[in-house]
Write a protein that binds this ligand. Sequence first.
Ligand code: ATP
Ligand code: FE2
Length: 337
Amino acid sequence: MAGDWVLGIESTAHTFSFGLVDGDGVPRPSESDTIRPDKGGIHPREAADHHVELSTDLFQRVLEKNDITPQDIGTIAYSQGPGMGACLRIGAAAARTISTQLDIPLIGVNHCVAHIEIGREQCGCDDPILLYVSGGNTQVIARLEGRYRVLGETLDIGIGNMLDKFARKHGIPFPGGPVIEQKALEWLATNPNPSLKGLELPYAVHGMDLTFSGLMSAANRLVAEGHPFEAVCWSLQEHAFAACIEVAERALAHTGKSEILLGGGVACNQRLRDMSTIMCAERDASSHCPPRMYCIDNGTMIARLGWLETRHGRQTTLVQSGVDQEMRTDSTPISWP
Ligand code: ATP
Ligand code: FE2
């Protein structure tokens, strides 16, 4: 007889990851591997090949680490979208294979909602405004009438994608976000009170929406004009993060909610976390951030959402199990409290 653990498979882009939750939905750390191209961006086909090569290894590692056997697994969850088609299809194929072989149910889940739900589980917040900041996505989200509604979002590229592209132009390989954070800290260490004078960049807020590509071009121009690279990294972070926090603050004001929850890979950034804490303190709200291993893409968040969905009666048949590259945050009904 199958057990009651849920296995989650994440494969939307650069990271292939297997994670677990136990029968009570308690998260266990994932086993993951991220493709890091020597030069250029991520090619979907190469990322998909990377995922194929690693699938058996990651599956075995996550079972061993948690001291369970395949028979302990009762449900297979996988990222059904959004993401790169070639990558998503590898995760879905692995999920179908394991589901068929073990004769256990399959559940395809929404990757963006998974970022939100692992954050809620980890931080214990109730009804937050979500600032979801990752490579491909930048959204301010609130739960209203059974869906996670997008109140504002990027109109061009995701904030993480902007940081990665800026970094790449200056010789820093993927992922560029953590290196830009380091460079900004180096600038602060030598200039404890930096000024934005001479380092001004366009402001990315448009009503409740955001744009980042103009900011990136202007930052590239500052480097070309001879400003220190570390100083530009600092200024780029200040401008991009302030824009996100401003929209999140306005979402708090409009909805009357009193919690902010950060999620997605860029939420690993300490400066963004600090800005959110300061803004929340100023308006009697609270700021929450999951541990970094649950901000970046991970299989555990997929397992957690799979656990929630199946407990509320959802299941994916083989016929329904195709991937959806364009899946939207608000396309998934939320039936749990
Ligand atoms: P999604 O499909 O949700 O858009 P993703 O594929 O972008 O996810 P994530 O793991 O959620 O994957 O986020 C990766 C992004 O996070 C990269 O752009 C990376 O540069 C960025 N990132 C990671 N750590 C930091 C950091 N410390 N500061 C800024 N950005 C960071
Ligand atoms: Fe993600």
